[in-house]
Design a protein around this ligand. Sequence first.
Ligand code: SF4
Length: 299
Amino acid sequence: MKKAAEIRNEKMGKNIFLTAHIHMITPCRLSPPCKYCSISSNLVQIRRERYSLTMEEIKERVKIALRSKEITSITLVGGSDLRGHDQLLLNIVKEIRRITNIELAVDIGAPISVNTLEKLKENNVTTIYSSLETANEIVFRDAKPGDSLEKRIKLMEDLDDLGMNIGTIIMNGLGTMDDVHYTINFLRKFKNLKYLYFSTFSPVNGTPWEKKERASILDTLKFIEASRELFQKVHIGLADVEIESGSISDLVEKELEVGAGNTFAGMLMYKNRFIDYTDRMLKLEMSGYHIMRRNELDS
Ligand code: SF4
C-alpha cells in the first residue's frame, strides 16, 4: 500500500483535480440494457434516475458546476447507442461552448466516428471514455448483451491514433478476479490511457442481477493498488456511480492510501439528484493534498 502511494506522490504529486459528472446527456438505446444498470430495473423510481436530460437541463447543470471554482473539468455521461449519438453529442458540446471553455470529457460508450472525435478535439474535449468494464468477451456478453466490446475497443484504438486521452472503467464483480487482472493488463497497449476507474458491483433492485452477490470494495482497492504499479502516471480511482453503488466519497482517504489519484468526482448531477462533494474534498488539504482551483489552470 505504502509503495503504491509513494509511486503516486512521486509521479503525480499531491494536486487533486475535481470533475463534475453530468448524467445522462444521451439516452441509452441498448437492447437489452446491461444487467447491472438501473436502466434495466422494472421499478420506475430506480429507472428514472438515469433518464436523459434536456438541453436546457444540461446547460443549467454546467452553470451550477461553474459556480464552484474547485471544479476543473466536466464529464458528460450518457447512455449508448450502437448506431452512435454523434450529432446529438456535437450539438451538446456546441451549446456548452457558448457558456464556457472548461475542459470536457465524454463518457457515452461506443461508437463515436473519427470525424466526430476530431471535431470534439477541436472543441477542447480532451478525454473520451470507452468503459470496457471487462475485456473478457464472454463475461462482457453475459453482463452487457446489448453492447459491443469490439466497438468499445475500436474507439480506444481510434483515440490512441488521434492522440486524445482515453478513460475507461473496469467493474469488479464481472467474472473472476483473474478476469479483472486480465482486463487491467489488456489496457497496457493503449499509450494514451489517462483515466482508469474501478466500480464495484452492487445489486440494484428490479434488475436481472438483483440477486447476484455484491463485490468486495476491499478487492477493488487492491485492484487500484496493483494498477498503480503498472500505470504510474494514470489517474486511478473508484468510479463514482452513485445510483448503482451508493456514495464512495467517504472512501477517498482509503483510495489515496492505496495509490489512487489525482482526479476525483467533485459533483454528481442526475435528473433528480445533485450531490456536491467539494467541501468534503477540501478537507483533504489538511492532510497535505492541494485541491486545484480553475484559475490555477489558467495561470
Ligand atoms: S450502456 Fe450504460 S446506461 Fe446503457 S444500460 Fe449499460 S450501463 Fe446502463
